[in-house]
Design a protein around this ligand. Sequence first.
Ligand code: BES
Ligand code: MN
Ligand code: ZN
Length: 497
Amino acid sequence: MEFSTKAVAPGHGAADCCVVGVFTEKKLSAPAAALDKLSGSRISRVIARGDIDGRPGTTLLLHDVANLACARVLLVGLGDKNSFSEKAFRRAIAASVEALCRTGTANAAIHLTELATGRRDAEWRLMQAARIAGETVYRFSRMKSTPPSPAPLLRSITFSVSKPELKQAAQGLARGRALASGINFARDLGNLPGNVCTPAFLAEEARKLAREHRLKLKVLERADMEKLGMNTLLSVAAGSSQPPKLIVLEYMAGPKSQKPVVLVGKGVTFDTGGISLKPAAEMDEMKFDMSGAGSVLGTLKALAEMKLQVNVVGLVPATENMPGGRATKPGDIVTSMSGQTVEILNTDAEGRLILCDTLTYAERYQPAAVIDIATLTGACVIALGHVLSGLFANDDALAQEVLKAGDISGDRAWHLPLHEEYQEQLHSNFADFANIGGRPAGAVTAACFLSRFTKKYKWAHLDVAGTAWKSGKEKGSTGRPVPMLTEFLLRRAAKRR
Ligand code: BES
Ligand code: MN
Ligand code: ZN
């Protein structure tokens, strides 16, 4: 799909469909009013009949409207005029592109990006528009023997802006395109089944990314992990015949003196629970348990395509969690790379075990900040559902910065507690502490576990168990939190906190 931005008046130009917005109470947006005028009030007459009422997400396709250069007009609902929100803006772009894909339109002109949306400038609007359009046209069909028909005919979208905004808009468009590419890459990795997307496959994808964009790549093998004493990571891999990998990707496009932000992504390519085996229902969804890893690789892809001048290191511990003759057993005690001993009371709490050694490994970068991303706990899904990711941090300013990035990108998180009192739940009679803290506040005790390995730097933890994929009829990876992480790094690059 081709995206471009232009200062073009609605109803002119070469598009074969013109997309304009309608607010509730039959109020036309400025581009819709312009079309209405050109066409001798045809559009307001259609609206008066009541076929579209302006509710967000609704659309109505018109053909052969008089006096217009475009063969079609797509009306799209924008909601209430006085509170036209960022959410309604995104929703309108998504609804437009979805509707366009169901028509014979090849080249569309979308006249929504010139509308003012609260606090946001043209760069934001175009970045969001290109991103949402890129996400909306995404299809995952590579595991189907024949592609689902019919393929949409839509080839290009032009987003219109006012002339003075063109330069900002072009920058936003380029960034949005790169962001969509990173998001959709993360979605591909998530959607691929566990028999394809193995730890070795993730390492190979990282290698392709490194080659394409000149990132530095290192893949630590089992023997390297043994030398480093990464025994909690190795304890998870013990039951699997797939060798574990620790992927180290360095994107150092920023100033030499600038300490990197380290992103750590949970890469459990399939989580059976291990000896603490999960029940059968919906176990297939545990192929998404590498979504944190996917989001790290996707974010690096987006940054590299933007050529953003920042220093970022991506660390991805990748392994399966399987039962087997050599698998770790409940009650086993292992010594982590940090030297702390862990009693593994439940082998299904494996995410924290692969993250903790990786978080210790992160120390060598003297990071400006470390953010880990993990589909860590079912408890987080119970707490926040599928709307917000869980955020924990050992530094309040960092937490605020992450929340802000979530707010701007619309990929939001909620700050959850990490108070000392919860740490007691990790008590072990035999080792320094246990890997589980019981049923109460399960997302918090998982974060507490990680916090014991992140004392040497500023750290934030994102539990994306509820947000990284959708279940049910729409089952599939969402690519979250790539938008939030990318926005975080964009703001760091611009030194905006
Ligand atoms: N990958 C799961 C978390 C998960 C569960 C994500 C359901 C999305 C949906 C994780 O490894 C896990 O199994 N966590 C356990 C921890 C428990 C044993 C303390 C959980 O949440 O049940
Ligand atoms: Mn598990
Ligand atoms: Zn897991």
